[in-house]
Design a protein around this ligand. Structure first.
Ligand code: ADP
Length: 294
């Protein structure tokens, strides 16, 4: 069984500023940091950190060489990653002295996926292989349809949630991994149980993994509901908490571990991630997760 993550690769430029720039204003930044990110990239890092071989498919543009180098470092297979003309997907993030931020996202190469490219990648995958998707690349409806045709197990993290998700045939999704906000937007339910019930009514064949930040998570499959409390830690940066959870959760499913153990390991991994600054660099290794005694 192979694992394919078809997802975004983003260069994150984080500028430290005194205050978020106002309309018509020009300010100097106090510093800048470039980080590699994108939900797709972070989730591939988490899968690799959890000890799994993951193939990442996605496009980069100028400056994209950094992703190839980073993937090699983390042990992510780049066979299907391509470089296209133009800019890589990137974000311009301002962080003020109180830690508040504002973000401009430019889709760049992440929005240049073609049907031809999708076909070329998916032709190497078949029944039982896993495909992981988020909502930061174009052609998502087509990828879902083509993966379904090939009888792949489709895992969707509908994040960031927007109207493009509604263009997808979500009945083809085997496993949804979503947080409370995404769950509310998708179902219009307001609380966790309401979200799970509504998701199950709409997608009776799918498994639902609902994460609830510091309140933990609930997994629902058919009549089975299993929950796990989050571990109480001093969170300094919750960026990529969900992406870490996703990677370790899928790794546990692939190993066919009991669901309680899968949730416990994914929750430990995210508890470690929120105690560190940054996205990909905050994702722990499986050894660190196994050593963690909450
Ligand atoms: P996302 O990052 O996608 O919004 P969540 O906020 O639901 O996802 O977080 C995913 C998981 O990360 C949670 O289920 C929990 O295990 C862990 N987590 C998130 N925030 C905290 C926190 N403050 N303390 C401990 N664990 C956390």
């Amino acid at each position: 069984m192979k694992i394919l993550n078809f997802g975004s690769l983003n260069l994150d430029y984080t500028y430290s500023v005194d205050h978020i720039v106002k309309e018509g204003e020009t300010i100097s930044s106090l510093g800048v940091q470039t980080n590699l990110g994108g939900k797709g990239f972070n989730q591939s890092v988490a899968l690799a950190r959890a000890g799994k071989e993951v193939f990442h498919a996605g496009l980069v543009g100028e400056g994209g060489q950094l992703f190839f180098e980073a993937c090699n470092k983390y042990g992510i297979n780049t066979k299907y990653m391509n470089t296209v003309l133009g800019r890589s997907g990137h974000t311009i993030i301002q962080v003020d002295k109180n830690g508040q931020n504002s973000i401009v996202l430019y889709g760049g190469a992440n929005q240049k996926i073609t049907k031809d490219y999708v076909n070329k990648v998916l032709n190497d995958f078949s029944k039982g292989d896993i495909i992981i998707l988020q909502n930061e690349i174009n052609e998502l409806p087509y990828i879902i349809d083509e993966a379904f045709k090939r009888e792949m197990t489709i895992v969707l993290n509908p994040s960031p949630m927007d109207e493009k998700i509604n263009a997808c045939n979500l009945k083809k999704v085997s496993i949804f991994i979503l947080n409370e906000t995404e769950g509310q937007q998708l179902t219009l339910a307001t609380d966790a149980n309401g979200i799970l019930d509504a998701m199950q009514r709409r997608f009776p064949a799918s498994r639902i993994m609902l994460t609830l930040g510091k309140d933990g998570c609930i997994f629902r499959s058919g009549r089975k509901t299993v929950s796990q409390k989050a571990f109480s830690v001093d969170a300094v940066d919750t960026t990529a908490a969900g992406d870490t959870f996703t990677g370790f959760f899928i790794a546990g499913l692939v190993d066919e571990l009991p669901i309680k153990d899968v949730l416990c390991t994914a929750t430990k991994a995210s508890a470690l991630a929120v105690q560190k600054e940054g996205a990909a660099q905050s994702i722990p290794t499986m050894e660190e997760v196994e050593r963690f005694r909450p």
